[in-house]
Ligand binder design. Structure first.
Ligand SMILES: C[S@@+](CC[C@H](N)C(=O)[O-])C[C@H]1O[C@@H](n2cnc3c(N)ncnc32)[C@H](O)[C@@H]1O
Length: 283
């Protein structure tokens, strides 16, 4: 475990995403999709140009989680005692529950697969959004370094804070942890563990997340994950349901990754439209 406490916050753009109007050579989009993509591209470009930032944003802690089913309460208490975490003393209700849900998935998945958790290594999370679950990854993997990478850094929230500000708040006090704004397809690194929670593997969710289709390039993304994984390293991915997991698995295989295991969560702590499917890959 690292002993120093300063959390690095690296927002340097490492490389640009493809220029406006370019699209992946392997995907064909409808006119409607292209129009929506163009609209999102304008806002995305504008936010990345303005780079709006005030200061690290810290959520107002909810204090206590109420109105939970008994089984949810029991699950959370078990996670709290085993991992020594109390998200509700740091975050609002939504983020607290979402963190418990991700921690519960990690906890159950690795136990079900009977795999030793690779602690103490370099961990990167690909497509981390504002890295609201950094603390969960930090506690679970106890990493030497933890890096969250997202292609969009300056989305503006109704609070007047940007994604950058939110990420700075979430990683505050986590040693050797950083939030990097970059297209992961362009990132060069060697890490022991790469995680990806719900990566885009079809175009519709990209548009639903108000992003342009120019950032959608799963072939390049998975190829880069395979390339950046250190020998013996682990790529851990979570997808929405079996259909999406199968599409993602296809990309993994074509990128040269080898499947080690797959597990579907029977009862997620927070209900989802499709059950999360976890999978483990090696380069
Ligand atoms: C469906 S969201 C999942 C967000 C987060 N993992 C979670 O579980 O809340 C996918 C995220 O991947 C990011 N993303 C998509 N393509 C990317 C790329 N090439 N490099 C880095 N981030 C990317 C998007 O900006 C978005 O935040």
């Amino acid at each position: 475990m690292p002993t120093t406490t300063s959390a690095a916050f690296d927002s340097s753009r490492e490389s640009p995403v493809p220029a406006t109007g370019q699209s992946s050579p392997t995907h064909r989009y409808s006119l409607g999709q292209r129009c929506r993509s163009f609209y999102h591209e304008l806002w995305y470009r504008l936010s990345e140009r303005v780079r709006w930032s005030r200061k690290p944003y810290h959520e107002m802690p909810v204090g206590r989680l109420t109105d939970l089913a008994t089984w949810q309460q029991t699950c959370i208490e078990s996670l709290q005692s085993r991992y020594g975490l109390c998200f509700e003393s740091l975050y609002g209700r939504h983020t607290s529950l979402a963190n418990y849900a991700y921690l519960d998935l990690l906890d159950q998945a690795w136990a079900a697969a009977d795999r030793p958790v690779p602690t103490g290594g370099r961990v990167t999370d690909v497509g981390c959004a504002n890295f609201w679950y950094a603390r969960t990854l930090y506690r679970f993997f106890r990493p030497a370094t933890l890096t969250g990478v997202d292609v969009e850094g300056f989305r503006l929230y109704p609070t007047g804070y940007s994604r950058y500000d939110a990420a700075a708040g979430y990683i505050a006090n986590l040693a050797h942890t950083s939030f990097v704004i970059a297209n992961y397809c362009e990132r060069n690194e060697q890490v022991d563990v790469i995680t990806a929670w719900f990566p885009f593997v079809t175009p519709a969710p990209v548009l639903a997340w108000r992003l342009p289709l120019t950032v959608f390039s799963p072939e390049r993304l998975f190829a880069r994950i395979a390339r950046n994984l250190a020998p013996g390293g682990t790529f851990f991915m979570v997808n929405q349901g079996t259909e999406e997991a199968a599409i993602a698995a296809g990309y993994c295989r074509r990128a040269g990754l080898h499947s080690q295991d797959e597990w579907m969560q029977p009862r997620p702590l927070r209900p989802r439209p499709h059950p999360p499917v976890a999978s483990w890959w090696t380069a």
